[in-house]
Ligand binder design. Structure first.
Ligand code: MG
Length: 367
C-alpha cells in the first residue's frame, strides 16, 4: 500500500467562551485546526488533525502545521502508511522537531491501519482495558468567584475532576485556590495548573500554603529544571505537561522523581506512535497520566481516547476533551461524552466519518 495523496483542510474553531490560562497571561477566543486526509493507492484513506492551542501555549502554531505538512508531503508520497515506524522515521529525517506537524500524519496512518485490519485503533495500541474514561473540566483563570461558578457548572455537567488555571502571583492564586477548595462539592478533585507562569519561589510559596492532601499542582514553572527545584521543596503530587516534549524529557523527569503524573498530549509529543512509547514508560515507572490532545475537534479528541482506552485504569488520572469548548462538528462517530465520561465503540480505525460541509475545500492537495 502506498500513500497517493494528502488533502489538507483548515477549520476555524471559535470557542464558546473566551479562555484565559497561565494566570491570565494567555488569552484565546478561537482555535485554528488543520485536518489531513491521507489517501492510498488501494482506496483506503485515513484522517488526522493537529490543532495547537493558539500560538502561545506551546512552541507550535497553526500556520506552522500547514507549512510543515507542505515540507513533509513529498517525502510521504509513495510510503506505506501501514508501517508507522517507517512513516515516523521518514518524517523525522525530512523535518527534525516540529512534533505538532507530524501528529496529524501519524494519526491518519493509524486510522488507515485500523481500517485495513478492520480493528479499532485502541486494539492496535495494545487492546481495550477500559469501557469508559473519566474526563476533567478545565476552569479558565478568572476571579475567584467566577472560577467557583465555572467549577459548579462543570460539576453540574458531570465532571468530578477540575483543572483550575492559576498563575498570576502568590496572593492572587491563594485567594483563588482557597475559594475553590472551600466551595468544591465534596468528593470532587482539584488540580491547580499554573501553565508555566510561576517562578520557583512563587510555586514553593503557594504549594506549601495548601495543606489539602488531595490537591495536585501542574506545570508550576517554565522548565523541567525549575520544576525539579520546586519538587525538592514541596510535597503535593506534581503533574508535568508543557515541559515534556519527548522521551528524553520524560526520562529526565523520572530520574529525579519530579512528576507523579504526566499530561500526555498527543500533538505535543508527535502523534500516537510516540505517545504510546511515553505511555508505556510511564506505566513502567508508576506514573499516572492525563491522556488527551492539545486542542482540536472530534478527530483529535477521539485519537487521544483510543490511546487512553488501551491504558491500564490505575495509570489514568483524567482526560480532557477540547470539544467541550466549542461546537464545531468536523466528524461523526468516535468518542462520545456524557456526564463527564467518554466512551468509544469498536468501529475500525478511529471510527470517524468526516463532515464535508464543515471542511469546505482543501487548502492544499499534495499528490
Ligand atoms: Mg496543563
Amino acid at each position: 500500500m502506498k500513500i497517493s495523496r494528502l488533502r489538507i483542510y483548515q477549520v476555524d474553531l471559535p470557542l464558546d467562551k473566551p479562555y484565559a490560562l497561565s494566570g491570565g497571561r494567555l488569552h484565546y477566543s478561537a482555535l485554528d485546526s488543520t485536518i489531513v486526509v491521507i489517501e492510498t493507492d488501494q482506496g483506503l484513506s485515513g484522517i488526522g488533525e493537529s490543532c495547537p492551542w493558539g500560538s502561545s501555549y506551546l512552541p507550535a502554531f497553526a500556520r506552522g502545521v500547514r507549512a510543515g505538512l507542505a515540507e513533509l508531503a513529498p517525502h510521504l508520497l509513495g510510503c506505506n502508511p501501514l508501517n508507522l515506524n517507517a512513516i515516523n522515521q521518514v518524517m523525522d529525517l525530512a523535518l527534525p522537531g516540529h512534533p505538532y506537524v507530524k501528529t496529524a500524519v501519524d494519526m491518519a496512518c493509524w486510522d488507515i491501519l485500523g481500517r485495513y485490519c478492520n480493528l479499532p485503533v485502541h486494539t492496535l495500541l495494545g487492546g481495550r482495558l477500559n469501557t469508559e474514561l473519566t474526563l476533567q473540566s478545565s476552569i479558565p483563570t478568572s476571579t475567584p468567584r467566577q472560577m467557583v461558578v465555572d467549577m459548579h457548572q462543570a460539576h453540574a455537567e458531570g465532571y468530578r475532576i477540575h483543572s483550575c488555571k492559576v498563575g498570576s502571583g502568590v496572593s492572587a492564586d491563594l485567594s483563588r485556590i482557597q475559594s475553590l477548595l472551600a466551595d468544591r462539592v465534596r468528593g470532587d478533585h482539584l488540580t491547580f495548573d499554573a501553565n508555566r507562569a510561576w517562578l520557583p519561589a512563587q510555586a514553593i510559596a503557594v504549594m506549601n500554603a495548601v495543606k489539602d492532601p488531595e490537591v495536585h499542582f501542574e506545570q508550576p514553572c517554565q522548565t523541567l529544571e525549575q520544576c525539579q527545584h520546586v519538587r525538592r521543596l514541596t510535597h503535593q503530587p506534581l503533574i508535568l505537561d508543557e515541559c515534556i516534549h519527548d522521551a528524553g524529557d520524560l526520562y529526565r523527569a523520572c530520574a529525579r522523581h519530579t512528576a507523579q503524573v504526566i499530561g500526555l498530549k498527543i500533538a505535543r509529543v508527535g502523534g500516537l506512535t510516540k505517545a504510546r512509547h511515553l505511555r508505556d514508560y510511564c506505566i513502567e515507572r508508576g506514573i499516572q497520566m492525563n491522556i488527551e490532545d492539545v486542542g482540536g475537534s472530534q478527530i483529535a479528541d477521539t485519537a487521544a481516547m483510543h490511546l487512553a482506552m488501551a491504558t491500564p485504569h490505575q495509570y489514568l488520572r483524567a482526560s480532557w476533551n477540547a470539544c467541550r469548548h466549542h461546537s464545531i462538528v468536523t466528524a461523526h462517530g468516535g468518542v462520545s461524552v456524557s456526564r463527564g465520561i467518554a466512551r468509544l465503540d469498536d468501529s475500525p480505525g478511529l471510527g470517524l466519518t468526516l463532515c464535508p460541509q464543515t471542511l469546505g475545500d482543501a487548502v492544499a492537495v499534495h499528490e
